[in-house]
Design a binder for this molecule. Structure first.
Ligand code: PMV
Length: 308
């Protein structure tokens, strides 16, 4: 038998890194997707070659945690890896979904988060929840209306909510430089445990996110842009920006309401909120980086089960 599933990439609009400590965050699914086909096999395979935990920890641990036998996984993705666009979460969610089509979304999101934790060290459930639910999600400390599910780890609790995001014109600029999420998250943890200023920056990112949610409800694009700039300054203080990110942001600033890194940083991608997407894309290209005009609010986990 075979089964197939796909899941979207995402952009974090507000709150990356701070969300690992339980602060609020907002993320939206993209129209870029990863599809996984699983077929019974004599040994664990990925795209025709043996699957090892060192080189491909996400599908490896997805197989382990779902208790699946050996499978041949065929992966097709249009999400650039290491770009901060949630390629590993999409892969993990699509793999768990295809291996366990009987699971509901809450169970898929929770297990995919466990896979990310093992593969990456520390993490929050924002990427895997967004890849599972699609649309947009708001992570809060409190339970509110539109609660989807709650995930706990250690002393941190994340209440994952469905949220509406107004139609936003976003352009992604990819630095072309991938950066591993695990070490960036670990470095922020170290700063947070040592320095009061880092703890204050993390808490302020949470406050900026709550404010951004209000502005989104009002459709206040100027306000959202200003808050993106503020979020970016706070992320720089946490050491997750980079020269390439700063260069990209400088290039898009004249045509943007606001711009910030998205995802783990250290390279990866920048998002610009703009009403001049062509100008922003051109400015990104001129600096030698790669623009993606993206549509947010993509569909979440989609199952496509074959004959049993
Ligand atoms: O590297 P990405 O795009 O999957 O983003 C990671 C987001 C962080 O907040 C930095 C980590 C996390 O698990 O929430």
């Amino acid at each position: 038998m075979y089964s197939k599933a796909s899941a979207p990439g995402k952009v974090i609009l507000f709150g990356e890194h701070a969300v690992v400590f339980g602060e609020p965050a907002i993320a939206a699914a993209l129209n870029l997707r990863t599809a996984v086909l699983a077929e019974n096999s004599a040994s664990k395979m990925l795209n025709g070659i043996p699957l090892h935990r060192e080189s491909n920890p996400y599908p490896y641990f997805a197989l382990e945690l779902t208790g699946s036998g050996p499978m041949n996984l065929t992966v097709n993705s249009d999400i650039p890896p290491g770009a901060g666009l949630g390629s590993s979460a999409a892969l993990t969610v699509a793999t768990v979904g295809t291996l366990r089509p009987e699971y509901g979304p809450e169970r898929v999101a929770t297990m995919a988060f466990e896979v990310e934790l093992i593969a990456q060290g520390r993490a929050s459930p924002i990427d895997t929840s967004t890849a599972t639910h699609g649309g947009a999600v708001f992570v809060d400390r409190k339970e509110g209306a539109s609660l989807l599910w709650t995930i706990r780890k250690g002393n941190v609790t994340w209440h994952i909510h469905h949220t509406e995001v107004p139609p936003l014109n976003l352009v992604i600029g990819f630095t072309g430089k991938g950066a591993a999420t695990g070490p960036l998250v670990e470095n922020v943890r170290r700063l947070h445990s040592k320095f009061e200023t880092a703890r204050e920056a993390v808490a302020e990112i949470g406050a900026v996110t709550i404010e951004a949610r209000k502005r989104m409800r009002e459709g206040d694009v100027v306000g959202i842009g200003e808050l993106m700039d503020r979020n970016q300054r706070l992320l720089s203080m946490l050491g997750v920006s980079s020269d390439e990110i700063a260069k990209l942001i400088d290039a898009v600033r004249p045509y943007s309401y606001g711009a910030k890194l998205t995802g783990a940083g250290g390279g990866g991608s920048v998002i610009s909120l703009t009403d001049k997407p062509e100008k922003v894309a051109e400015a990104i290209r001129k600096k030698g980086f790669i623009p993606y005009k993206c549509t947010i609010g993509g569909e979440g986990l989609r199952l496509d089960n074959g004959p049993g």
